[in-house]
Design a protein around this ligand. Structure first.
Ligand SMILES: [Ca+2]
Length: 472
């Protein structure tokens, strides 16, 4: 194990020869609303996911990876910028809702340095194939964030005119142009795979970054899957969607094997947030086991997501790591592996987690604390094994920050003993409570709360007169 790690470290840090160290390819496969317990290697008995399970067998499972939000837009902003969504002003939409909707005037600020921008500036070919959801106006399409190529839908697959008549038919976008509307969702995964294979094949001889955010299992009560998968799983259409995603993973892995580039390609599979389990109209069939809570919440089940990473010959096979890491850590980690610099002219919340991923002995989480935000409300903080649910006068529980949801009590949880977050041990550990309360105050000052804007935050970009994204 250690030998393999040293080999990996050598490959990426050796500057003693004339030859540049080889830059690895990165393939980041990101499911939408797939729960912790939805894949075989993370405990699902219902869904058959042989390809993802094989990745786990040949790579590493990260069992304590947090998305930095329980919902799409902030989670994606956070992944691509390496920052809390509050830091980059993508935690609320301009109307106080939680995600961007079609015709939103708001989008991720193109001045943010995304993973794609950073890698592109370092010689990588870059593509985003799948669901975007960081702005649907021309100023906000992936092209502006370092992606050479975009093929996919601009926001969630349930954002259609039947929900809101002012929204256009759900568009399929290629680069900056709508090529189909309404998009035929039964074939999107297959078409994404085809585009992904083309992109990988075209770039087999140069470093590339493929960001592959699926629109499955997604936000509908009944996910739209391909006929080849419909009715095949043991868990209704939801299970069919998970198995279609798994098929797509197999196609990607097969491609890099056939091209013989698997030893210089890191493949990550994860999800943007926990399964909403019926919230907001979505399917109730996902699993966040063994955790409590659903997506769109700050319970473990909402924010902890399954993650497997493979890179044969560099990452040891079949190991797992339970140190705390976050979706914000991919940017500094990829930067490190590509020989690039994590931006220094701004705060980046993520940390390089290569020591954890590469199986370095006794490697510890680089995070002292983790903050569980819901929109602009800090609801809990974690330090080591402790999670403190904060006392709040109006604890948000839905997508409208102006609604009254009721108050909540302070609750200290020992996550090593109480994964379902049921037993308040605050009275036994007053010093832990005090420390975490102090930390919460610091974070609120820095990243904001419902009453105050954060002191160390940047701004999203807002445009005037947003227009529907339609065919020309
Ligand atoms: Ca999501």
């Amino acid at each position: 194990m250690i030998g393999l790690f040293l080999l990996g470290a050598f490959q990426i840090s050796c500057n003693t020869t004339n030859k540049e160290p080889e830059k690895p390819n990165f393939i980041f496969i990101y499911a939408d609303n797939l729960g912790y317990g939805d894949i075989g290697c993370f405990g699902s008995k219902l869904h058959k996911t042989p390809h993802i399970d094989k990745m786990a067998k040949e790579g590493i499972s990260l069992t304590t990876l947090y998305s930095s939000s329980g919902v799409c837009t902030p989670s994606r902003a956070s992944l691509l910028t390496g920052c809390y969504a509050q830091r980059v002003d993508m935690h609320l939409n301009e109307n106080g809702g939680w995600v961007l909707y079609p015709l939103s005037a708001q989008g991720l600020n193109p001045e943010e340095i995304t993973i794609a921008r950073l890698l592109k500036d370092h010689g990588y070919a870059t593509a985003c194939i799948g669901k975007w959801h960081l702005g649907d106006q021309p100023e906000f399409l992936p092209f502006h964030y370092g992606f050479d190529y975009f093929y996919g839908i601009p926001y969630s697959e349930d954002m259609v005119p039947s929900h809101n008549p002012s929204w256009p038919d759900l568009p399929l976008v290629q680069n900056n142009k709508v090529i189909e509307a309404p998009v035929d969702l039964t074939t999107t995964t297959k078409r994404y795979v085809k585009e992904a294979i083309r992109f990988i094949t075209e770039n087999e001889n140069n470093p590339f970054f493929l960001y592959f955010p699926h629109n499955l299992p997604g936000s509908r009560k009944v996910p739209v899957v391909n006929d080849d998968f419909l009715g095949k799983s043991a868990n209704s259409t939801y299970g069919d969607a998970i198995e279609e995603i798994d098929w797509s993973v197999g196609q990607i892995i097969n491609t890099i094997m056939e091209l013989g580039i698997e030893k210089r390609t890191m493949v990550v599979f994860t999800s943007d947030n926990g399964s909403p389990k019926g919230r907001a109209g979505s399917s109730g069939r996902g699993s966040n086991e063994p955790f409590s809570g659903a997506g769109y919440s700050t319970m473990e089940g909402g924010m902890r997501v399954p993650c497997v990473v493979q890179w044969p010959g560099t990452i040891p096979a079949g190991i797992s790591n339970d140190e705390l890491c976050t979706m914000m850590d991919w940017l500094p980690t990829f930067a490190f592996l590509a020989g690039a610099q994590t931006p220094r002219d701004r705060i980046i919340d993520g940390k390089n987690i290569w020591p954890l991923i590469s199986g370095e002995k006794n490697a510890k989480s680089p995070h002292e604390f983790f903050s569980y935000y819901f929109m602009d409300q800090l609801q809990a903080v974690r330090e080591g094994k402790w999670k403190l649910h904060l006392p709040l006068d109006n604890k948000y529980d839905g997508g409208d920050k102006y609604k009254y949801y009721g108050s909540s009590q302070l609750k200290l949880i020992d996550l090593t003993e109480d994964i379902k977050e049921e037993h308040n041990v605050s009275e036994q550990y007053p010093e832990v409570v005090n420390r975490l309360l102090q930390h919460a105050e610091k974070i609120r000052k820095e990243l904001g709360d419902p009453q105050h804007k954060g002191e160390k935050v940047r701004s999203a970009l807002y445009v005037k007169d947003p227009k529907p994204l339609t065919m020309e």
